[in-house]
Design a protein around this ligand. Sequence first.
Ligand code: KG4
Ligand code: ZN
Length: 335
Amino acid sequence: MYILGIETSCDETGVAIYHSDKGLIHHCLYSQIAMHNEYGGIVPELASRDHIRKLIPLIDECLQQSQLNKQDIAGIAYTAGPGLIGALLVGAATAKSLAWSWDIPAIGVHHMEGHLLAPMLEEQPPAFPFVALLVSGGHTLLVEVKSIGDYQLLGESLDDAAGEAFDKAAKLLGLAYPGGPLLSKLAQKGQANRFKFPRPMTDRPGLDFSFSGLKTFTMNTYHKTEKTEQDKADVARAFEQATAETLAIKCKRALKQTGLKRLVVAGGVSANTTIRQTLIAMADKQRAEVFFPRPEFCTDNGAMIAYAGCQRLLAEQTESLEINARPRWPINELL
Ligand code: KG4
Ligand code: ZN
């Protein structure tokens, strides 16, 4: 069966069509980054309005590119939360209205479950069970995944998410929004080991994270320099290295604690090359396997939502026609 997936939780309008046997058929993405860039961050009201403008044309485009028409679609999956309430409601209202008029089911998907299952779209998907590190702009979570829907939260960030820390550190260095990828690019020109940054919360037991101190450390370190381009690059490199190593230390701990040998890393920050390399090196030493989505499915997209929704519809989960969105939705409340 063909499932249409809709993602509108933040600043990306994503649409995809996934087939339960054939896999991903097509996906389309429209990014609002250029629009929000002017304001140095996401303006929620502008995000909602832009999703309204772009969503239906993207659905049309995705159907056309897939050489399918609406009668072929058996169900619609949409991101029901967490995210920006206005943006979520655009996706929810569109999905429910189309489902009603096409007389097919619609299913709300948890955005982080979408990220978590994104590596399933790859040629060599991970087998269950595994430990998942989810690192996005809004969340940093370590989850033990026994099967689809069986998630146990092992640890989370007590303050800033990893992506948020990247974006804030980038802003301090004068980079545009969202700064994560730009900071990473700058770090490539940086000299290693000039600055020694802390590895927050690694000196005590537990699997929670804290990144806000790292952001303050970045600010203090940068303000003590001459603020040349090389200084910026060196600070960026130290920040990135500290984040990567902190994530690796916690993942190693999570693998040990659960006794599992498979690690899945997903969410926008998992596109980061240094973080990927650091986690691969850690996993090698632990004789564990590590799985990432392809870079375009690390950040927000419709394909992961179509995939997650398809699994839920195959499990015969359904919901009423009432339009609902959950801006806050802990992943361990998922069934
Ligand atoms: O998963 P995502 O697209 O959206 C949320 O669900 O939040 O993640 C976006 C976050 C942003 O904070 C962005 O700066 C960060 O992922 N990001 C990166 C990289 N690519 C995206 N951070 C570091 N390095 C990257 N290459
Ligand atoms: Zn996301």
